[in-house]
Ligand binder design. Structure first.
Ligand SMILES: [Zn+2]
Length: 203
């Protein structure tokens, strides 16, 4: 089975920080990457190896240190998105459990942001959480998503957003499987699946 991965994977310290601070971890990752530069192969020895992520057949996604910003007016968002996508991505909506097209989707490939096409998650880290929403234990590139505290609905949760277009994707919980223990609980409408044969042409 092909697993899609990323050379800039989250460290254990970054993972701990994601939930405890609800922050934007780009700066720390940037510093970490400087340390890794020039010692790429040695650096892999420090990185997690769950589920054959670094198998020989692995295909790498081009993880951007800074994916930049895409800003659109509300009118532009409404023009390009369906009403459901707009509600979820731009108004922090949540689709009904088991209603989304990717909840039980098992094809191999990459899930991009529905708002800007930035690669966000790999089928290699997707798992059946039983929640009714597509669930992943790690983003494909640490700098392609960001998190922030969400205190709506009378609970303290961690919101997950696309780092490039700031669209709402879903929430992050700490009840995921190893090796991270994290559950990125996403809305299908916030994602666009790209199968393997399509993925080279766009990067
Ligand atoms: Zn985006």
């Amino acid at each position: 089975m092909k697993i899609y991965g990323c050379k800039n994977r989250l460290s254990d310290a970054d993972r701990a920080g994601v939930l405890s601070e609800g922050h934007d971890s780009g700066r720390r990752n940037f510093l970490k990457q400087i340390l890794l530069t020039g010692a790429a192969w040695g650096a892999f020895a420090h990185l997690p190896r769950g589920k054959g992520i670094f198998a020989a057949e692995e295909k790498m996604v081009d993880c951007k240190e800074n994916p930049g910003k895409i800003e659109r007016t509300e009118a532009e968002w409404q023009e390009m998105l369906t009403p459901e996508e707009y509600h979820i991505l731009r108004e922090k909506g949540t689709e009904q459990a088991f209603s989304g097209k990717y909840a039980d989707y098992k094809k191999e490939g990459v899930y991009n942001c529905a708002g800007c096409d930035l690669p966000l998650f790999s089928s290699g880290t997707k798992y059946d959480s039983g929640s009714g929403w597509p669930s992943f234990w790690e983003p494909i590139c640490p700098n392609h998503v960001k998190t922030r505290p969400d205190r709506s609905l009378f609970s303290a949760r961690t919101e997950v957003l696309c780092r490039r277009c700031e669209s709402h994707l879903g929430h992050l919980f700490e009840d995921g499987p190893q090796p991270t223990g994290l559950r990125y609980c996403m809305n299908s409408a916030a994602l666009k699946f790209e199968k393997e044969s399509d993925s080279e042409s766009k990067r």
